[in-house]
Design a binder for this molecule. Structure first.
Ligand SMILES: Nc1ncnc2c1ncn2[C@@H]1O[C@H](COP(=O)(O)OP(=O)(O)OP(=O)(O)O)[C@@H](O)[C@H]1O
Ligand SMILES: [Mg+2]
Length: 165
């Protein structure tokens, strides 16, 4: 059987270790396979965002293991985690994810700059993916000139092209 895409073992996150400590994650175990759709639900304060921050490599656990696509990311340093975020993870938020002084196409091209893709290829990929999400007429608009859903689609375009590289 294929290795799970996400495999989390005994994951713990303790904020403020010591007297005022908060056990936000207390030995969480989870496997997610390629192609699975998973929703994380739970009451306010139950640790969903904390967990998503771990899965997204935005923060590191206090203890436990996290294998992402076969690689142990639980002990990585900041710079290694940024590399993993750029290569392995797609984040789609409805707001606040786009850079406000860049146009839609510039926002979509930005992660490609960090991947070292040349200017011409960047432009082609960005046009294609913005067209795929129905935003060919909004490519030169800035985020504040677009609806929430349109901004979200810019984010989707930015992510979807990465998987086509
Ligand atoms: N930086 C922090 N320092 C200390 N405690 C924190 C910190 N961040 C979160 N917590 C605590 O950890 C617990 C989990 O918080 P988290 O944000 O993961 O919850 P959540 O499930 O996303 O809640 P919500 O549905 O309200 O967004 C909460 O009790 C919260 O008070
Ligand atoms: Mg939350």
């Amino acid at each position: 059987m294929e290795e799970a895409l996400i495999r989390v073992k005994d994951l713990c996150k303790i904020y403020n270790p010591g007297e005022n400590e908060v056990r936000a994650l207390d030995h969480v175990n989870l496997e997610i396979n390629r192609g699975e759709f998973v929703a994380i639900i739970g009451q306010s304060g139950s640790g969903k965002s904390t967990f998503m921050n771990m899965l997204g490599c935005l923060d590191v656990p206090t203890s436990g293991e996290y294998f992402l696509n076969g690689t142990d990311v639980s002990t990585m340093e900041d710079n290694e985690l940024s590399e993993v975020r750029n290569r392995e993870i797609g984040f789609i938020f409805q707001g606040f994810n786009l850079i406000s002084n860049l146009t839609a196409i510039e926002n979509v091209e930005l992660p490609l700059v960090y991947r070292g893709v040349d200017r011409k290829t960047r432009h082609r990929l960005a046009v294609e993916s913005l067209t795929m999400v129905g935003l060919e007429k909004r490519m030169d608009h800035r985020p504040n000139e677009m609806s929430g859903g349109q901004q979200q689609r810019v984010a989707i375009a930015g992510q979807s092209q990465l998987s086509r590289l």
